[in-house]
Design a protein around this ligand. Structure first.
Ligand SMILES: NC(=O)C1=CN([C@@H]2O[C@H](COP(=O)(O)OP(=O)(O)OC[C@H]3O[C@@H](n4cnc5c(N)ncnc54)[C@H](OP(=O)(O)O)[C@@H]3O)[C@@H](O)[C@H]2O)C=CC1
Ligand SMILES: N[C@@H](CC=O)C(=O)O
Ligand code: NA
Length: 429
């Protein structure tokens, strides 16, 4: 008998998934054992690019998650509510759940996975991170025997698309964002992309898998790309860097007692593997012992890529449902019970890039150096090339410094008579 899917949402990802499942020739034969039984939407009159009978498509999403005939609920609607409640209801009713919703999982994963374990069902989320890139399953299975020390990556397609266009074509931020929305990459509310929140959701999920404990989403430091200007992109290029929005989860110390989980625009050296990841592509670099470094690369957003990830989860569950066993597969289930302690951003040790506008040049660099020195900040390079009107532009790159010390130095520098402003401060990998 076919496995019955109740799909919630028929937007970019829902449509891509239905298209893939309807066009199953030449794909894995198990896909033929699936029935798209119900699809829930908000509007019945909206034009759709897939054909579904009027019995299948409905606005009653509650009925889908309560329907005894539905085996798997595939949540592709986005947003926190009603998505969270619908997933919990489906779980309570003994249904497996597949979701692309990193916002819900990163905030309510504890509640959802606890409910799923109690109900004996699986919640799979390959599409929630890295779009089409298989990264959840590798972390849960193929890489899980390694001791992970760092996971870092470009995990938001929209912002990587924007930064790439700004860098290669000198495009304006707003125009490129509109493009990313048209192409179906951006979230319904694109501030989640631009302000680093979507990447924050994703790195929280990756950190929980790699570092074996739940992550409190509020502990994840998130900074987006709004303050990244063409001027900084040009200076970064001159200094041998490219600016990327990175999600980073890493142990900060030898005995693994400090875990940092954060998102921020970062100057990445041209020679680093993440520097060449452009456009909507994502990449996740995982460091573990004994494997060393592994980089997973692929399309991070868009209908086809995400449909591939959703459908791989569907396939996994169909195979499980067709295997006659009542024993849960511990490699598919979530096994975390505790929350990891996250180190505050002020304790991060990193290099910084900062751009200053100064009123007069005589002695300013010396005063900057002295002030930095007082806080233990040593400078790797100082560049003074540009002018903005009457103001001289000074760019510095520091050696590794404790973030809290660097911020204190900046507060003092900001108060200096000769400093007009500090338009940008970015971390350097
Ligand atoms: N777009 C992408 O590239 C990726 C998206 N994701 C995630 O996938 C999920 C879906 O994203 P995407 O497809 O882009 O979103 P869309 O906005 O394109 O689609 C959302 C769909 O859900 C339906 N929907 C939303 N709210 C309700 C509601 N309250 N009641 C009934 N139906 C509702 C909409 O109905 P209607 O069509 O009638 O308006 C629409 O069909 C999100 O969680 C997103 O973060 C993950 C990876 C990549
Ligand atoms: N808005 C997200 C979509 C995929 O998760 C992105 O741009 O990466
Ligand atoms: Na993925």
């Amino acid at each position: 008998m076919a496995v019955k899917l109740g799909i919630l949402g028929l937007g970019t990802v829902g449509t891509g998934t239905v298209q893939l499942l309807q066009d199953n020739v030449g794909r894995h034969p198990l896909l033929q054992d699936i029935e798209i039984y119900r699809v829930g939407v908000r509007s019945l009159t909206k034009p759709r690019s897939v054909e579904l009978s009027s019995e299948v498509i409905t606005t009653d999403l509650e009925a889908i998650v309560n329907d005894p005939a539905v085996d798997i609920v595939v949540e592709l609607m986005g947003g926190l509510e009603p998505a969270r409640t619908l997933m919990l209801t489906a779980i309570k009713n003994g249904k497996h759940v597949i979701t692309a919703n990193k916002a819900v999982i990163s905030r309510f994963g504890g509640e959802i996975f606890t409910a799923a374990n109690q109900a004996g069902v699986y919640v799979l989320l390959e599409a929630a991170v890295g779009g089409g890139i298989p990264v959840i399953q590798p972390l849960k299975q193929s890489l899980s025997v390694n001791r992970i020390s760092a996971i870092m990556g470009i995990v938001n397609g929209t912002t990587n698309y924007i930064l790439t266009k700004m860098q290669t074509e000198g495009s304006e931020f707003d125009d490129v964002l509109a493009d990313a929305q048209r192409l179906g990459y951006a979230e319904a509310d694109p501030t989640a992309d631009v302000d680093g929140l979507d990447a924050g959701d994703k790195i929280a999920i990756l950190a929980s898998l790699g570092f074996d404990g739940r992550i409190n989403r509020d502990d994840v430091y998130c900074e987006g790309i709004r303050q990244v200007t063409k001027t900084d992109i040009a200076y970064a290029a001159k200094l041998g860097f490219v600016i990327k929005l990175l999600g980073i989860a890493q142990h900060l110390d030898e005995d693994n007692s400090q875990l940092s989980v954060r998102v921020h625009p970062t100057l990445v050296p041209h020679s680093h593997p993440l520097a060449s990841i452009n456009g909507v592509y994502n990449a996740i670099l995982i460091e573990g012992e004994p494997i060393g470094q592994v980089m997973l690369f692929g399309p991070g957003a868009g209908a086809g890529a995400t449909a591939s990830a959703v459908s791989s989860d569907i396939l996994n569950l169909v195979a499980t449902l067709k295997t006659n066993t009542t024993k849960p597969n511990s490699l598919l289930a979530c096994r975390h019970q505790h929350y990891s302690q996250i180190t505050p951003i002020t304790e991060l040790i990193t290099r910084f890039y900062a751009r200053f506008l100064s009123k007069d040049q005589a002695g300013v660099i010396g005063r900057l150096g002295t002030c930095f020195g007082n806080y233990g900040v040593s400078l790797e390079s100082v560049v003074q090339t540009g002018f903005q009107g009457e103001l001289a532009e000074i760019v510095v790159v520091t050696h590794n410094v404790r973030e809290g010390d660097f911020r204190q130095a900046l507060t003092e520098i900001q108060a200096m008579e000769s400093i007009d402003s500090i338009p940008s401060v970015l971390r350097v990998l």
